[in-house]
Design a protein around this ligand. Structure first.
Ligand SMILES: Cc1cc2nc3c(=O)[nH]c(=O)nc-3n(C[C@H](O)[C@H](O)[C@H](O)COP(=O)(O)OP(=O)(O)OC[C@H]3O[C@@H](n4cnc5c(N)ncnc54)[C@H](O)[C@@H]3O)c2cc1C
Ligand code: SF4
Length: 488
C-alpha cells in the first residue's frame, strides 16, 4: 500500500465529460483527458485490503490493488503487465464495464469507491501509446485447429488465449467486420473503434485468422466445420431480441435497437435509419436504450424520450442491495445528460399499449399508460392513458437468448443430451463443454445476455478447457466456471 492515508486525504474523482453542446456534434468519446497527478491520487486511495473484495466483484479476478500500487509508484510498464495477466482487453472493460469491482470495493462501505475503471483504462492506453502492447505469438505450434464462431469479446478472448497456446485458430464472423457488439452494438461515443482495431492488429500478428461474412451453419455446414477443426468454440452471443407485440408494431419506423444501432455505427455520417428531425421514442431504460438515445441525439433528432416500465430506481443503495452487491441505481449516463440538456425526458413506470400510424403506414405517435408495479404485475392506472409523438421508435428491451438458427439446431441434432438449458441458452458442463463432443460455448451464447467482462472471463476460461481437451493439460488460466454468477 503506497499511501496509507490516500483514502483519507483524496476524494474520488473522474475525468470531466466534454460539454454536451460540443460532444453531440461529433461521435468521439465523451470524456476529457485525465491528468496524471489526478490519476496518481485516485490510485493512492486504494487501501490494499487484506481481503480485496474488488477481486470478488470482478469476474476476471483483476489484480486491482497491485496495479493501483504500481501506478502510484509510477511503474506503468509493470502495471500494464499485471493488468494483462487477467484481462486480454482492458481497453474495452476500462471504457465500457459497469464496474462491479467498484460496487464491491471495501472503501464503498462508508465512502466513494476507488476509481478502478479509470486507473485501468489509463494504464492500457499508456501501454499502447508507449508501444508495450506487442504481439505474443506462441513459441511452439501444436498443429491442432480450433474454430471460434463469433467475434465478440468472448470469441476474441478465447481466440487470443488459444492462439498463444499454439493452436491454429480461425474466428468466423457473419458480419462484415470483426468485433460483435463491440463493433456494431456499442456506439463510437462510448468506445471509439480504433481501440478495437489496434487490438485486432495484435491478434493477427500473433497468428489468429479472421474470416468475416461467413454465417456458420449456412455458408459453412456444421458437418464440414467438425471435419476441418479439432475443436469448436461457440461464441455467437445472445442475439434473439425481446419484442413488443402491441397493435401497430408492424408500422414503418418501429425498429429493434439492434436494427437501429448497427447501421448507425457502420456509417456515422449517413445511416439509412436516421433520427434527423424526428420525434424519437426509445423503449427500455437500460444501457442499450441509452445507446439509442445518444445516437439519436447525434443524428439530430427533434426530440428524444426514453420509456421504462420499472419505477425510477433509488439514487443511493437501498437496504435490500447492500455492499458488496451491484446495486440497481438511478444512473446519469452521458446520453442521459444529453437528453436532459435537449429538453428530453426519461419516463418511468409506463407501458406502451399501441403504435399509431399516419396515412402512409409510418408510426406517428405512441399510446402509453402509467403502471403500478412490478409487484402488481404492472397494472395499468385507469385514466393515465396518453399519446406522445413518435416518428422513430427503438425497442431496447433486452435479449431472450441465442438464435436457434442452422448452427445451433444442426449441433443440437447431434447432441447426446439436452443441447439447451432451461433458459434456452447453450448448456455447458463444468468445463464449458456442450452436449456435442469437441464443441464448447462461451459468452452470452451460454450465459444469456450479460456483460463484456463476463464474456472475456468466459472466453479465457473456455480456452483453458479447449486447450486441455486438445493437449491433455493446460497452463491457461480459468477465470470463472460457467456457473459463476454476479454478486447479488
Ligand atoms: C447495444 C448494446 C450495448 C451494450 N453495452 C454494453 C456496455 O456498455 N458494457 C457491457 O459490459 N456490456 C454491454 N452490452 C452487452 C455486451 O455487449 C455483451 O454482453 C457482449 O458483447 C457479449 O459478448 P459475446 O462475445 O458473447 O457476443 P457478441 O458480442 O454478441 O458477439 C457475437 C458475435 O457472433 C456472431 N455470430 C452469431 N452467430 C454466428 C454464426 N452462425 N456465424 C458467424 N458468426 C455468428 C454475431 O454476428 C456477433 O458478431 C451491450 C449490449 C448491447 C446490445
Ligand atoms: S476493495 Fe477497493 S480499496 Fe480494497 S483493494 Fe480493492 S480497490 Fe483497493
Amino acid at each position: 500500500m503506497a499511501d496509507p492515508k490516500g483514502f483519507l486525504t483524496h476524494d474520488r474523482e473522474l475525468p470531466a465529460r466534454r460539454p454536451v453542446d460540443v460532444r453531440i456534434r461529433d461521435w468521439r468519446e465523451v470524456y476529457e483527458d485525465f491528468p496524471k497527478p489526478a490519476l496518481t491520487k485516485q490510485a493512492a486511495r486504494c487501501m490494499d485490503c487484506g481481503i480485496p473484495f474488488c477481486h470478488n466483484g470482478c469476474p476476471l479476478g483483476n489484480l486491482i490493488p497491485e496495479w493501483n500500487d504500481l501506478v502510484y509508484r509510477d511503474d506503468w510498464r509493470e502495471a500494464a503487465e499485471r493488468l494483462h495477466a487477467t484481462n486480454n482487453f482492458p481497453e474495452f472493460t476500462g471504457r465500457l464495464c459497469p464496474a462491479p469491482c467498484e460496487a464491491a470495493c471495501v472503501l464503498g462501505i462508508n465512502a466513494d469507491p476507488v476509481s478502478i475503471k479509470r486507473v485501468e483504462v489509463e494504464i492500457v492506453d499508456r501501454a499502447f501509446a508507449e508501444g508495450w502492447v506487442t504481439p505474443r505469438p506462441p513459441e511452439r505450434k501444436t498443429g491442432r485447429r480450433v474454430a471460434v464462431i463469433g467475434s465478440g469479446p468472448a470469441g476474441l478472448a478465447a481466440a487470443q488465449q488459444l492462439t498463444r497456446a499454439g493452436h491454429d485458430v480461425v474466428v468466423f464472423e457473419r458480419a462484415d467486420r470483426i468485433g460483435g457488439l463491440l463493433r456494431y452494438g456499442i456506439p463510437e461515443f462510448k468506445m471509439e473503434k480504433r481501440h478495437l482495431d489496434r487490438r485486432l492488429v495484435q491478434m493477427e500478428a500473433e497468428g489468429t485468422e479472421f474470416r468475416t461474412g461467413v454465417n456458420v451453419g449456412v455458408d459453412v455446414p456444421v458437418a464440414r466445420l467438425r471435419e476441418e477443426f479439432d475443436a469448436i468454440v461457440l461464441a455467437g452471443g445472445a442475439t434473439a431480441w425481446r419484442d413488443l407485440p402491441v397493435p401497430g408494431r408492424e408500422l414503418k419506423g418501429v425498429y429493434q435497437a439492434m436494427e437501429y444501432l448497427p447501421p448507425a455505427n457502420r456509417d456515422l455520417a449517413a445511416s439509412p435509419i436516421s433520427a434527423e428531425g424526428k420525434h424519437v421514442v426509445v423503449i427500455g431504460g437500460g444501457d442499450t436504450g441509452a445507446d439509442c438515445v445518444g445516437t439519436a441525439i447525434r443524428q439530430g433528432a427533434a426530440s428524444v424520450t426514453q420509456l421504462e416500465i420499472m419505477p425510477r430506481p433509488p439514487a443511493a443503495r437501498p437496504g435490500s442491495q447492500p455492499w458488496p452487491t451491484y446495486p440497481m441505481l438511478f444512473k446519469m449516463e452521458s446520453a442521459h445528460e444529453e437528453l436532459e440538456a435537449g429538453g428530453g425526458a426519461r419516463v418511468y413506470a409506463v407501458s406502451t399499449t399501441e403504435f399509431l400510424a399516419d396515412e402512409h403506414g409510418n408510426v406517428r405517435a405512441l399510446r402509453l399508460v402509467d403502471v403500478e408495479g412490478p409487484a402488481t404485475g404492472f397494472r395499468p392506472i385507469p385514466g393515465s392513458e396518453r399519446e406522445i409523438p413518435a416518428e422513430l421508435v427503438t425497442l431496447a428491451m433486452g435479449f431472450v437468448g441465442p438464435e436457434r438458427g442452422p448452427l445451433l439446431t444442426g449441433l443440437a441434432s447431434l447432441a447426446s443430451r439436452d443441447f439447451f438449458d432451461a433458459r434456452g441458452n447453450v448448456a455447458r458442463g463444468a468445463s464449458y463443454e456442450t452436449a456435442v463432443e469437441g464443441v464448447f460455448a462461451a459468452g452470452d451464447m451460454g450465459r444469456g445476455q450479460s456483460l463484456i467482462v463476463w464474456a472475456i472471463a468466459e472466453g479465457r476460461s473456455a480456452a483453458a478447457a479447449v486447450d486441455e481437451y486438445l493437449s491433455g493439460r493446460t497452463a491457461l488460466p480459468v477465470a470463472v466456471p460457467p456457473t459463476a454468477r454476479p454478486l447479488v
